[in-house]
Write a protein that binds this ligand. Structure first.
Ligand code: FAD
Length: 355
């Protein structure tokens, strides 16, 4: 039978807008020793419905506290709760550390490790890098870390600090999907062509002791295939899949509550007078508020859903109009909305003010 141990939350820090780093203090009597790269499985009861979720430990072996990093997943039960309601002093229940996403430490080793992380997939790497660089004084790491944009890089400062401590033993290459970089190779998504260029010009695969991959499944599959294509044996490739189809999902809520709305964001493209702008907006903002915040010349007047000056058309995505004293049912069916009263429900929205 799985045993769960109480862990007291001693600190909660925001690492980026939609992720928290939770420090945990195990009962000193419990055996909570971990190996770098392992994870904890927590259980939590939501209205009589128990779910279990795993989170990789991001602290190093020598760190005084056990930490996990939890990225908010839209409509996700545990991650939403952890990002909005979890508080210092709360007690979480976790199974002892598990997992085999590590290479055994060897103080005599002189290894070059290669790591590929995507988004929250960085968490086990923080533990692996910290622990290995401290315990294998001649080993080094190259980390390729893929994210949407700079602001979504989890543990950016921690990685910078580690680079400063281990200048010649840790190199970090950021690949950003939406923010252009000086070198084209590091802009956009990871592709087979980019990986081939990296393996041709930057990293000599035959010299790599072990490659670790953790991130979204398609990214992991692609990287593993390219590593194999370039001759890396399977036994040198280690995977940790953050699969989201874990047992015990809760029924989806019909409407997100206020705290969910605060956490979630939507990528919106707004066209006014033939010019389009794209940006990330909060879901607790109306489309009009977001447009004005981004200095777009969106029309508006009453801001109470009465006058229809702020009329727009929802071309893609879903919105919720919280008040409407101006539009007829058939206009709404055609996608028209009052932007002062319309709040995003989907991850992606395309809005046109030009009718
Ligand atoms: C070994 C391991 C280590 C991990 N480490 C980390 C880590 O370090 N950091 C991290 O952030 N994550 C990590 N994860 C992922 C983490 O365990 C969770 O999967 C993640 O946080 C989402 O859980 P949740 O309860 O918030 O979402 P869930 O409630 O499981 O929802 C996930 C998705 O499914 C959708 N969904 C939910 N219920 C339904 C339904 N009834 N019908 C249809 N769709 C539904 C939701 O909209 C959401 O998009 C790890 C996973 C594993 C397996």
């Amino acid at each position: 039978m799985a045993r769960f141990y109480p862990l007291t939350v001693t600190d909660i820090q925001k690492t980026i807008r939609d992720a928290v780093v939770v420090s945990l203090s195990p009962d000193p009597k419990a055996n909570f020793d971990f190996i770098q790269g392992q994870y904890l499985t927590f259980k939590k009861d939501f209205d009589g419905h128990e779910i279990r979720r795993s989170y990789s430990i991001c602290s190093g072996l020598d760190d005084p506290v056990v930490k996990v990093g939890i990225k908010h997943v839209t409509d996700g039960a545990f991650s939403t709760w952890a990002n909005s309601d979890l508080a210092v002093g709360d007690v979480l229940h976790a199974m002892p550390p598990q997992g085999r996403f590590f290479a055994p430490l060897d103080a005599e080793a002189e290894n070059h490790y290669l790591e590929f992380a995507g988004g929250s997939g960085i968490t086990p790497f923080l533990s692996i890098i910290r622990s290995t660089l401290a315990h294998e004084p001649r080993s080094r790491f190259t980390l390729l870390y893929a994210n949407r944009r700079i602001s979504s890089i989890m543990f950016r400062e921690e990685l910078e600090d580690l680079k400063n401590i281990y200048m010649d033993r840790l190199s970090v290459l950021h690949i950003l999907e939406d923010d252009p970089q000086e070198i084209d190779l590091f802009s956009g998504r990871i592709t087979s062509e980019k990986l081939d260029m990296v393996f041709a010009n930057w990293i000599s695969l035959p010299k790599i002791a072990c490659a670790f991959i953790c991130g979204p499944e398609p990214m992991m599959t692609l990287i593993a295939a390219r590593l194999s294509h370039h001759g890396m044996p399977q036994e040198k490739i280690k995977y940790e899949l953050f699969k989201s189809d874990q047992p015990g999902r809760l029924a989806l809520k019909t409407k997100t509550n206020a705290s969910d709305q605060k956490q979630a964001t939507t990528r919106v493209t707004i066209t006014i007078d033939g010019a389009s702008s794209s940006f990330e907006m909060r879901r607790d903002q109306s489309i009009l508020q977001a447009a004005l915040e981004h200095n777009l010349d969106a029309p508006f007047s009453c801001q109470a859903g009465v006058c229809s000056t702020c009329l727009c058309k929802v071309v893609e995505g879903d919105i919720e109009m919280i008040a409407n004293h101006a539009l007829q049912g058939d206009e709404i069916t055609k996608g028209y909305a009052l932007s002062c009263q319309s709040y995003p429900l989907s991850d992606h929205l395309v809005i046109q003010y030009d009718q």
